[in-house]
Design a protein around this ligand. Structure first.
Ligand code: BEZ
Ligand code: FE
Length: 279
């Protein structure tokens, strides 16, 4: 076989260079990637200038990354790749609650709080009661499930985006279910907000005529021994961005009811039950 380059055999030539001793899965993934990249360049008849623009875009994407910012994951998110990988890896029985994108704003080891506690520490926003149960596929309550929650504040920012402005752990907390499997906490009705759009990904969205907004949501990470880890959100049912989430995170089953509550210190109530699939 001629190993010299030709346009017609370009992908095969690059793939044939991989050592027979390389790990089989690595060979499979890289070979497929090379095949798709070459097919993409051929299909679009990629120009030299476009190739340079792509390299420059990826370079800038890497350069803006830091311990606090992961622009490559954001790129994966806005291209729908994060949701696809999540879907492939979390195929569950229909009755189990669906996953959605994790996002960059989770902070591990948030404080444990008592059931009913308020996670809103800055006193801003419309108070909302979140409640429901964590059950298995047969509807049995799961005791000792950890319900880890986080949301933006009334201005659309997570606490970690505004250190020194928002109190630490604002709108976050962990709750452990008791024997009834129920959770209840106070927070605020989340609002829609733009994903970080001051970098290359934001510029790309603008060039593509796409907005950077996510529909309002409360994040949930629900874990319990013997069950699959659930990474999800509940979305506010009347949000204008439900059909155009910048990161494709919305699933029909995750749209939650938000009912007005008259009187008292709570303005809204959102009830949502989580069903965990076994490991
Ligand atoms: C979030 O919901 O926190 C999020 C998800 C993906 C990208 C940016 C933010
Ligand atoms: Fe979010």
């Amino acid at each position: 076989m001629n190993a010299h380059f030709s346009e017609a055999r370009s992908a095969d030539i690059a793939i044939e260079r991989i050592s027979a001793d390389a790990p089989p899965r690595l060979v499979e993934v890289v070979s497929s990637l090379v095949r798709h990249l070459h097919a993409f360049a051929k299909e679009t008849r990629l120009t030299q200038e476009e190739w340079e623009l792509g390299i420059d875009f990826l370079t800038k994407t890497g350069q803006i990354c830091s311990d606090e910012r992961q622009e490559f994951i954001l790129l994966s998110d806005v291209l729908g790749l994060s949701m696809l990988v999540d879907a492939i890896n979390n195929r569950r029985p229909a009755a189990a609650t669906e996953n959605t994108v994790f996002g960059p704003f989770h902070v591990a080891n948030a404080p444990f709080r008592e059931m009913g506690d308020n996670i809103c520490l800055d006193g801003k926003g419309e108070p909302c009661l979140f409640e429901g149960s964590v059950v298995d596929l047969d509807g049995n309550a799961i005791t000792g499930a950890c319900v880890d929650v986080w949301s933006d504040n009334a201005e659309g920012y997570y606490d970690v985006q505004q250190p020194g402005i928002q109190p630490k752990w604002n709108n976050r907390g962990r709750f452990l279910t008791g024997e009834d499997g129920r959770y209840v906490f106070k927070g605020i009705k989340p609002i829609s907000y733009p994903i970080p759009d001051d970098g290359p990904v934001g510029k790309m969205l603008e060039a593509l005529g796409r907005h950077p907004y996510r529909p309002a949501h409360m994040h949930f990470l629900v874990t319990a021994p013997g069950y699959q880890r659930l990474v999800t959100h509940t979305f506010v049912e009347d949000d204008p961005y439900l059909e155009s989430d910048a990161v494709f995170g919305v699933k029909e089953t995750l749209i939650a009811n938000y009912k007005r509550v008259d009187g008292g210190d709570i303005a809204w109530r959102s009830t949502f039950g989580f069903v965990l699939a076994p490991l």
